[in-house]
Structures are given as C-alpha cells and as structure tokens.
Design a binder for this molecule. Structure first.
Ligand code: IDP
Ligand code: MG
Length: 150
C-alpha cells in the first residue's frame, strides 16, 4: 500500500470545494489516514515547494499557499501516488481532462486548487513535512477494504 500527500489549497477552501474534493478521493476507494485544517507558515511552504525555488512563480506560489487555510491530507491505497495525480489532473487546467478536479473546477495554473505528491520520494517527504507519525491513523482497517482491493 502506498501513501501520498494531498492538499486543498487556499483557493479550494475559499471557494467552498472542500467537501467535493475530499469526496472524489473517498469515493475512488482511497483510505484517509491523516487530515489537518491549517494555515501554512512561510518556512514550511518554502520547504514544501523547495524544488521550485528560483523559478519566476516561486514567490507568488509561497505567498498564495500561505494566504489562507489549507486542508492537508494523507491518503493510502494501491498505487495511491499516481492515482491521486490522475484524480487531480494536469498542472495546467487547460490541459486537465474533464472529470479531474482541475479539469472540472479550475482554469488558471496559479489557482489550481489541489496539490498531490508526484512520486514516492516527494510523497514520503511531504507526508513527513505536514504530519507527525502519531498524527497518522495506521491501525484502522476498513471492513469494506476487501471489496475495494484484492
Ligand atoms: P503540480 O502541482 O501539478 O505538481 P508543479 O509543477 O509541481 O505542479 O508546480 C507546483 C505548483 O506551482 C502548481 O500546482 C502551480 O500552482 C504552480 N505553478 C507551476 N507552474 C507555474 C507557472 O508557470 N505559473 C504559475 N504558477 C505555477
Ligand atoms: Mg508538483
């Protein structure tokens, strides 16, 4: 089983899309193992988006992600990292397919509503940045799990 980090950015929160977005991951069959409603400190935002440091959009991105509360989540499931990226859709909303979060709900790259880790290393790094081990619920086994994954 894989774990990944997903966050509803301040635009998704402001627009009242928290329920819609969480519902998409939930209905897909993923298991929620951690969730936090929080305002991101600048230092955490800069570490989280460290790979983009030096790019022209970096300062604006940090300012945006710290501008209001986010919903930080850890989702678990078979192939969860790639699966969540597919549920989210392409980075540029113009390229994201209908049926994806960005394809249905966003139209600007700098207001694309959701974040999802892009690989096993970033997933482990980002889950660790936003959650302490004891904040993740690891002992929970859903009775329906056998109907979702063989
Ligand atoms: P991702 O969120 O799909 O993984 P990344 O390339 O990792 O996309 O970029 C991180 C975030 O930075 C994007 O979600 C988007 O909000 C923002 N971003 C990326 N490229 C641009 C750009 O060219 N202009 C403005 N914002 C950008
Ligand atoms: Mg990324």
């Amino acid at each position: 089983m894989e774990r990944t980090f997903v966050a509803i950015k301040p635009d998704g929160v402001e627009r009242g899309l928290i329920g819609d977005i969480i519902s998409r991951f939930e209905k897909r069959g993923l298991k929620l193992v951690g969730m936090k409603f929080m305002q991101v400190p600048t230092e955490l935002a800069e570490r989280h988006y460290g790979e983009h440091k030096g790019k022209p959009f970096f300062d604006g991105l940090v300012k945006f992600i710290t501008s209001g509360p986010i919903v930080a989540m850890c989702w678990e499931g078979k192939g969860a990292i790639a699966l969540c990226r597919n549920v989210i859709g392409a980075t540029k909303p113009a390229d994201s397919a209908m049926g994806t979060i960005r394809g249905d709900l966003a139209l600007d790259i700098s207001r694309n509503i959701v974040h999802g880790s892009d690989g096993p290393e970033s997933a482990a790094r980002e889950v660790g940045l936003f959650f302490k081990d004891e904040e993740l619920v690891s002992t929970w086994n859903r009775t329906i799990d056998k109907w979702i994954c063989e």
